[in-house]
Design a binder for this molecule. Sequence first.
Ligand SMILES: *Cc1c(COP(=O)(O)O)cnc(C)c1O
Length: 409
Amino acid sequence: MTKKGFNTTNLHCDRRDNPEHGVLHKAIHPSVAYGYEDARELAEVFQGKRAGYNYGRQLNPTVTALQNRITAMEDGIATAAFATGMAAIASTMLSLLRQGDHIISSAYLFGNTNSLFGTLQNLGIEVSFVDATDLNEVKAAIKENTRLVFVETIANPVTQIADLAGIGALCKSENLIYCVDNTMTSPHLFSPKSVGASFSVNSLTKYIGGHGNALGGAITDTGLYDWSNFANIFDDYKNQDVKLWGITQVKKKGLRDIGASLGPEAAHHLAVGSETLSLRMDKACSNAQAIAEFCAAHPKVNQVYYPGLPTHPQHGRARELFSGFGGIMSIDLIEGVDCFDVLNALDNVVSSSNLGDTRTLAIPVAHTIYYEMGAQRRASMGIADSMIRFSIGIEEIDDLLADFETALA
Ligand SMILES: *Cc1c(COP(=O)(O)O)cnc(C)c1O
């Protein structure tokens, strides 16, 4: 049988999983605990000898169904879902890394991931921040105790694109775990597996859920990393296929120790949202392209950051790797134009911190999400005081363009 398309697979997966009453949507299972007629079965579930559910923090059927969707989207082997994207990243790092380990991270990083990596440094895990658009910088940072490389696909808010394929080849030759945060591209625009990623991370809160009505995060193992090379796997998780060692440790330790589990109601919202991912994303990409071109030609705009513009430093890389340039676009205003005045003059654009919503959202980044890190680190990330980041939505393009025209006038 030929492999079905991204949308077909996602739209029909729940009803093919032998659901109660032939329901088309996986049911929301609110139960925290699961009863067994034969207590021996319960023991076997605990011992991993039988598939089944024991306690809602570790596993829930509605969450399992969502995990399976994400695994299919990423062409992976298994997914662990968490309460938020940050919970997915934190649980992965804390489950797999130990004191004395070293990781290499892109310096162009989501602010909260940057904060988490600071926490890891305080716990005795070394972190080197490098310009990951340049493979040589990543290569030069490798040390004997390096375990993992972490990058984002399109970095927030300046839209730098790491040398995703080059780093993939490097990680393979150096036996390093390669963790790609695919949130900005989503599995519709990019497959981290295609560049050799070991893990793909998605904040489900953003494009996959897509409606700003539920938080969630996931980490998917692509099946490419050889876990027999990794020193930090506990013996308890080695009595199975070696491909599953890493994700099993993330699921078992991450959910058990940190407990940031995804709830069934949120999993349901995210699963329904995911059904229109490709439609929403394509519309957001075409809207963002048109607005980026409009802003690039506008005298009040000093600089536009959007991978779809031929002037973007990694435009060629984006064209080669992604099937679209994304819905995130940032601008710097010329001197004397106040970013707050522009934001307040926009009508169909909401001042808000989220991204990946159906609505167009905008935020003055230096004054909000990147405020706490200070002026020096902001400057090193290329974030100007007048920068506005837009998460372009799926409104009619004429309404958005008219809005930008008025606000910038
Ligand atoms: C939002 C975001 C996260 C964190 O996701 P939450 O669901 O908000 O915790 C991680 N990485 C990137 C690139 C994001 O945009």
